[in-house]
Design a protein around this ligand. Structure first.
Ligand code: ATP
Length: 353
């Protein structure tokens, strides 16, 4: 493991900001710290950077215990959400800043700065000031500045938060490509699950100061291990009484379950090509245009369930009766979550689907 935290505890007075936080990150990986506001993401980042000290536990970077090493000597680059560029310095001087502090030879600085400015696609803009750049360009400068001293690890705190939606998308793709090209181990904080899933090689999910799950975006999405992760990722609907759904009888009384839109298919009445006994009958409650598809809410035996509906299928209107086939759901069982397939579906149904 290149970056490691072991049993980290961090308290602010009587408040536990980190509770037994342990994880490891392999060299060259781009990792997202994802969790709701106040769940302790920034605290973890600040302890890695040496801007905060844990109350107990160990932090390792490249095999070296860094708890007692000051921030400036940890080999960490930092990118903040609000750029934090020096307003009265040019792009060139901003990027040169860390190298000047290290008192590197002038010619070496010049070469490195130009190399970094080229890396972030801003060649020709060396003489501009931050207020002469767009938000996306400023964040590229912040990235070049963090990377210039050749840090071992790059930390990014909500790097896309201050940027408008369209540019943010471009910047995400760009950052992912560039970080992989440079090969630097990087950790970024986000509370946006789409961002984490799109950009990160691995995701660490935080909740109330502890870590709920660590895994690839696919692991986290497909195999949420805790009720919190199951409810945090995707656009789930929580069901309190899944026993009333056909085929999920064995789920057990009193347990909650989660259905995601991709776990079901909605059929306009009479359009199922063959009768499937596991299909539920429901009434369309809402149809919302989502650009690429329609988001349909169907009420089934008192439950409001969401599914995606294609424009290629026969149009639906509010109030009409539809059939819904729910293939699977996540059962929330104490502090565990497991996937349950619909037992009322025969293998022929599965083949048909
Ligand atoms: P956000 O997404 O809102 O930035 P976060 O997950 O990054 O949240 P942290 O900033 O790590 O969360 O904060 C975790 C908790 O610790 C919060 O409840 C916060 O109020 C508290 N906290 C952070 N820094 C301090 C401090 N210096 N003194 C007291 N409490 C603090």
């Amino acid at each position: 493991m290149y970056v490691e935290m072991k049993h980290i505890e961090k308290n602010y007075g009587s408040f536990h900001a980190s509770r037994d936080v342990s994880f490891g990150i392999d060299k060259g990986k781009l990792v997202a710290l994802l969790g709701p506001s106040g769940s302790g993401k920034t605290t973890i980042l600040r302890m890695l950077a040496g801007l905060e000290n844990p109350n107990s536990g160990d932090i390792f970077i490249d095999g070296r215990r860094v708890n007692d090493i000051p921030a400036a000597k940890r080999g960490i680059g930092f990118v903040f959400q609000n750029y934090a560029l020096f307003r009265y310095m040019t792009v060139y001087d901003n990027v040169a800043f860390g190298l000047e502090i290290q008192k590197r030879p002038k010619e070496e600085i010049r070469q490195r700065v130009l190399e970094m400015i080229d890396l972030v696609g801003l060649s020709g803009m060396e003489k501009r000031y931050p207020n002469q750049l767009s938000g996306g360009q400023r964040q590229r400068v912040a990235f070049a500045r963090a990377l210039a001293p050749n840090p071992q690890v790059l930390l990014l705190d909500e790097p896309f938060a201050a940027i408008d939606a369209k540019v943010r998308q471009e910047l995400r793709n760009w950052l992912k490509d560039t970080i992989h090209r440079v090969g630097i181990t990087s950790i970024f904080v986000t509370h946006d699950q789409d961002e984490a899933v799109e950009v990160a090689d691995e995701i660490i999910i935080t909740n109330h100061g502890h870590i709920e799950q660590v895994g690839t975006p696919l692991d986290i999405y497909r195999q949420p291990r805790t009720p919190f992760v199951a409810q945090f990722i995707g656009t789930p609907v929580v069901i309190d009484n899944c026993n009333i759904l056909t085929g999920f009888l064995q789920v057990g009384a009193g347990k909650q379950a989660i259905v995601r839109p991709e776990f079901l298919k909605i059929y306009k009445h009479g359009t199922m090509k063959q009768y499937i006994s596991a299909a539920e009958e429901g009434t369309v409650e809402a149809v919302v245009f989502r650009g690429s598809h329609l988001d349909v809410t169907v009420r089934i035996k008192g439950l409001a369930i969401h599914g995606e509906y294609s424009f290629d299928d026969p149009p639906l209107s509010v109030g009409e009766t539809v059939q819904v086939l729910i293939y699977r759901l996540y059962v929330l069982d104490g502090d565990k979550t497991y996937l349950k397939e619909n037992s009322a579906m025969t293998s022929a149904d599965v083949f048909y689907i």
